[in-house]
Ligand binder design. Structure first.
Ligand code: SF4
Ligand code: SF4
Length: 425
């Protein structure tokens, strides 16, 4: 990596802590990803992106800012990237997946807050995230209670927070609320960028994001084959990079990887053998560098074949109908697509269980590992009903509740190994 010290210093990062974080993540990346056998060559691009995730990508964001483009940071797949692109902005994900600055974070949020929210505070307070510091606007959303209340104090830390309301029911009034909130967000984007959204610019934005979603769907479908052509770890990494990379370059790189995987599939060249247990992971999102569960699973004689998560198919499935001729019609189509996201904040939320069933069938999974972050009320609640329903249908389920620490890694490994034995038996 080139020397980016000046850029990081200009962004106000704490250089010593930031260096330490890069070293820890670099070592983890080596152990978790680069140690895998027989990886597709197309993963080299994603390895490169990760090696430059705080370097070249941030430089690109700085260059975009110099051209007058606005950087919009997000924490949730409910924030439509289509609208950001329609004002020539850049969308970046800000969720963090490491236990960092938690003690300081607990001065702002209660101890019994999920790791994902704590790390959002921790990364800001420890001054280690160049993405947060690059943003012109950070978008919070009223999804779970934890996030909703946390944004009330987060706004004092960042100074550029905008909060979007999100419905909790998929009713006609919920739909109207989402449309009104997307319009309010569009107004805000127009105001800060000085660019007006036109039917043409929105059409282009929708097309770019649809293409990105099509590419990850193509990748997901290839994982239905046995032997699996790519590891779950590598697929998760791609789903995580989805939130950081330039969308067009990302789409091209995923499609190039899929071309290679299609050849591998013809040659029956898998990353695991055909008898390996196939696991679907479902639950809370996994932000970089949260690779704990997939790493344990895939080093326990199993392969992950799908992610029912926001860093996975829940976040990326369904496309926006792109035939709207007026802004109003285009907004209706955008709302239609986003209202299909079956986040556990919705009640009732039967669609999610149906989607898990579909995914089990489509990707030929032998069992479901439900991943819930400690203190995450919405997903922990749903995990119980999901387990009962799927087990009744003969689909084995393992529910795990964990956090970002490594303290429970040994215990988790024992439970996951026992689950895999149960499946194979
Ligand atoms: S789990 Fe819900 S709140 Fe979290 S990113 Fe997904 S949609 Fe947003
Ligand atoms: S993991 Fe759960 S509690 Fe944490 S932010 Fe997401 S929905 Fe909220």
């Amino acid at each position: 990596m080139a020397d980016y010290t000046k850029m990081w210093s200009d962004l106000g990062l704490d250089l010593a802590t930031h260096d330490a974080v890069l070293n820890i993540v670099g070592k983890a990346y080596q152990d978790v990803f680069l140690s895998q056998k027989n990886r597709p060559k197309g993963m080299e691009y994603f390895d490169f992106v990760m090696s430059e995730v705080h370097g070249l990508r941030i430089k690109e964001l700085m260059d975009a800012k110099a051209e007058g483009r606005k950087i919009i940071g997000t924490f949730c797949v409910f924030v439509p990237e289509e609208l950001v692109l329609a004002v020539n902005g850049v969308c970046v994900g800000l969720c963090a997946g490491a236990e960092l600055g938690f003690e300081a974070a607990e001065q702002y949020v209660p101890r019994n807050t999920c790791s994902l929210i704590k790390s959002v505070f921790g990364f800001k307070l420890a001054k280690v995230c160049p993405y947060i510091e690059s943003t012109d606007l950070i978008v919070g959303e009223n999804t779970c209670d934890g996030k909703k209340k946390a944004y009330e104090s987060y706004k004092d830390l960042v100074g550029n927070l905008y909060v979007m309301d999100i419905p909790q029911m998929k009713s006609p009034s919920g739909k109207a609320l989402l449309k009104a909130e997307y319009k309010r967000f569009a107004d805000k984007l127009e105001e800060i960028s000085g660019n007006k959204i036109t039917p043409e610019s929105l059409k282009k934005g929708i097309e770019i994001v649809n293409n990105k979603r099509k590419a990850v769907k193509r990748l997901a479908m290839l994982r239905a084959t046995n032997p699996a052509p790519i590891s779950g770890l590598d697929a998760l990494l791609i789903n995580q990079i989805y939130f950081y990379d330039d969308p067009i370059r990302f789409t091209n790189s995923v499609n190039a990887l899929c071309d290679e995987l299609e050849i591998r599939i013809k040659e029956k060249n898998g990353v695991f053998n055909e008898n390996t247990a196939r696991i679907l992971v479902s639950g809370c999102p996994m932000a970089v560098p949260n690779w704990k569960i997939p790493f344990i699973t895939e080093t326990s004689n199993a392969v992950i074949v799908g992610e029912e998560m926001c860093t996975g198919e829940r976040g990326t499935r369904n496309f926006v109908e792109n035939t709207g001729n007026s802004i109003d019609q285009q907004f209706d189509y955008i709302v239609d697509r986003y209202l299909k996201v079956d986040c556990a904040i919705f009640t009732p939320n039967e669609d999610r269980l149906n989607h898990i069933r579909e995914m089990v069938k489509e990707y030929k999974a032998d069992g479901v590992l439900h991943y819930g972050l400690q203190f995450c009320q919405p997903y922990l609640h749903e995990s119980m009903g999901i387990e009962k329903s799927l087990e009744k249908e003969g689909i084995p389920v393992l529910r795990v509740e964990t956090d970002y620490s490594q303290e429970d890694a040994g215990q988790l490994k024992t439970r996951i190994e026992a689950f895999i034995e149960r499946i194979k038996g």
